[in-house]
Ligand binder design. Structure first.
Ligand SMILES: [Zn+2]
Length: 295
């Protein structure tokens, strides 16, 4: 089982809840570099299912920023119109609901009435203690979320660029939510269903999302899905801002949108990312930035 086929499809998966920032761009550059290395294609998948957090302005920003920086991708929407007509996650609602139904029929889930505040009260780090696991709350009761039972979760094997890594199921993902209180499928479930649907087999993300990777591998196994187990995962370090803090969507001064308004050229932006990644070279373009970040 040591031999793995070379991955064929990777993805950019921005969430349109803020302007793209330098950390996002670095992640896309690392994704592009790996895609080139394996001769894999890149899918643009916009994670827009959370309608409360999705803003059309930020969807437009994704396409504008990609055009401005010369970022290339091979599959998925080419523009806002294509995204709306075909690629929005709204069009895959049925797939998410089928997965939820499958988990329900297999008896893997239970209903939980705990509020976020209650979960944090029970555990300062927000780890769910399984409070509702054996309460038999009806799954169709109003205002409940659905949690997946992870009591039996053993170590999981993650296929990485450096080989198979065995990892224990993460505490902060214990009985993670698969369906939210508002009735919508939750992020982990959407991500697993989408990556399977599109056949993504190279997943690049920040190392802060390693627990998500484990949760998703567990969920995929519960769904009888073997595609994700074969995918290669690459977790990269996150860029930090000048104060050493993790960049977030609210980090206005590191958004490409803001830097562009300040008169920065794409080369200025690439230089900043290269510097933040510890490389004191001035990339001439997108491909050069990707090559520099490839290690
Ligand atoms: Zn609960």
């Amino acid at each position: 089982m040591e031999h793995q086929c070379s991955p064929r499809l990777t993805r950019f998966a921005p969430t349109p809840s803020g302007y793209l920032h330098l950390g996002n761009i670095m992640s896309f550059a690392i994704t592009s570099a790996l895609a080139s290395e394996y001769n894999a294609r890149i899918l643009l998948r916009i994670d827009d299912f959370d309608r409360d957090r999705t803003n059309p302005q930020f969807i437009k920003d994704i396409f504008e920023t990609f055009a401005f920086l010369g970022i290339e991708w091979h599959a998925g929407p080419l523009d806002v119109a294509g995204y709306e007509s075909t690629f929005s996650q709204i069009h895959r609602t049925q797939l998410y609901n089928s997965a939820l139904q499958q988990l329900r029929e297999a008896g893997k889930i239970y209903a939980c009435t705990c509020s976020r505040v209650q979960v944090i009260k029970a555990d300062a780090e927000g780890t769910y203690k399984g409070t509702c696991r054996h309460k038999n709350i009806p799954l169709d009761a109003p205002g409940v979320c659905w949690r997946i039972n992870t009591e039996e979760a053993g170590p999981l094997s993650v296929n990485t660029q450096k080989g198979i890594v065995l990892a224990d199921f993460p505490h902060n993902m214990r009985d993670f939510i698969v369906k939210r209180k508002d009735g919508f499928p939750a992020y982990q479930l959407i991500s697993v269903v989408d990556d399977t649907f599109f056949g993504v087999d190279l997943i690049v993300r920040g190392d802060d999302l390693f627990p998500s990777t484990l949760a998703q591998l567990y969920l995929a196994a519960q769904l009888g899905n073997t595609t994700l187990a074969k995918a290669m995962f690459y977790h990269h370090h996150l860029l930090v801002d000048e104060e050493g803090k993790k960049m977030s969507k609210s980090a206005g001064s590191t958004s490409v949108h803001y830097l562009r308004q300040q008169g920065c050229t794409p080369q200025d932006i690439f230089f900043r990312i290269a510097q933040m990644a510890g490389e004191n070279v001035r990339p001439a373009g997108w491909q050069q930035l990707c090559a520099i970040l490839q290690t």
